[in-house]
Design a protein around this ligand. Structure first.
Ligand SMILES: [Fe+2]
Length: 310
């Protein structure tokens, strides 16, 4: 397949507490904040933003933006989506200016959880990226990071992300209670999109992963979370499939953030998908509060990849 998505580009977030996002984003994650009148743009590299945080009446993810690289790919992918029955809107110039891209197409996530946007030419800033914590984010050629989404119909998401948008299978992980996680790549990052049917889980993006180049930065962020800067979802641990050493915490908008380092790089010429029976080599223990809250209400935003209720 020729035309395909190239990388995860941006995430648009609505929040009832922009001040909490400012503190969490800068102090814990090490993102650079650029405050505008009605929104908080958060940078992790040369691009003008990676997170676009808007003040609103609800908390959650409004849109995810995928970089498709050029205008020809944008029209080809739009045509494929339309042929598959998706209602695709070609955004007007005002919307493109707002997103700071040359052009974008918008369609609704199959589970109606958010807008999915395809764009090309996200602007780069004239100002140097400076992380307040000294973080160096791994984004060059591999995008913002990855997202994990709890979905109602695995087959529908396979069709969308693999058959239409051109993602390739990285591997599967069996869930302890049945079902599987599906991990897909669109560049050399092990996965940019992952999803699974998770019984009893709230649909939508459970976490966004951000990768930094140095365990030192992960450790310092982890300490801040342990000291109460954000709710800890899972302890430090190492994933089987992408080999990422990471921890999970809650963002001010309830969904999770995975913050890690050391993810592997995929070479499509030699990569062969496999299957894992566990998501972790060690660590990633769910915090006791998370286990309790999940047994009471199916509103968790963290992946059910941790074995059992440990
Ligand atoms: Fe993850």
């Amino acid at each position: 397949m020729d035309a395909s998505v190239k990388a995860l580009g941006y995430v648009v977030i609505e929040t009832t507490d922009p001040q909490a996002w400012l503190e969490f984003g800068t102090r814990v994650l090490g993102l650079q904040a650029v405050q505008e009148e009605d929104r908080l743009l958060m940078r992790m590299d040369d691009f003008v933003y990676r997170l676009d945080v808007r003040s609103g009446s609800e908390d959650g993810i409004v849109a995810i933006g995928w970089d498709v690289g050029d205008a020809a790919t944008l029209s080809e992918l739009s045509a494929r989506l339309t042929a598959a029955g998706y209602a695709v809107e070609q955004a007007d110039s005002a919307k493109a200016r707002e997103r700071q891209v040359d052009a974008l197409a918008i369609f609704r996530d199959p589970d109606d959880q958010m807008d999915v946007e395809l764009y090309w030419a996200l602007r780069k800033s004239n100002n140097l990226f400076v992380s307040p914590t000294g973080a160096n984010f791994v984004t060059d050629g591999v995008g913002l990071g990855h997202v994990f989404q709890a979905v109602s119909d695995e087959a529908a998401y396979r069709r969308l992300y693999m058959d239409i948008l051109g993602f390739r299978l990285s591997d599967h992980i069996d869930f302890p209670n049945g079902g599987q996680g599906v991990f897909l790549h669109c560049n050399s990052r092990h996965h940019s999109m992952a999803f699974g049917q998770l019984a009893g889980r709230k649909l939508g993006i459970g976490h966004i992963m951000m990768e930094v180049s140095d365990l030192e930065i992960v450790g310092r962020a982890y300490d801040k979370v342990l000291d109460g800067a954000a709710p800890l979802f899972s302890s430090l641990g190492k994933h089987t499939n992408d080999k990422m050493t990471s921890f999970y915490c809650g963002s001010p908008s309830a969904f999770g953030i995975e913050y890690g380092t050391g993810g592997i790089v995929i070479d499509d010429d030699v990569w062969r998908p496999t299957r894992y029976s566990e998501a972790h080599y060690w660590g990633h223990h769910r915090s006791p509060e998370r286990i309790v809250s999940e047994s009471v209400t199916p509103s968790s935003s963290e992946p059910a990849l941790t074995a059992g209720a440990r």
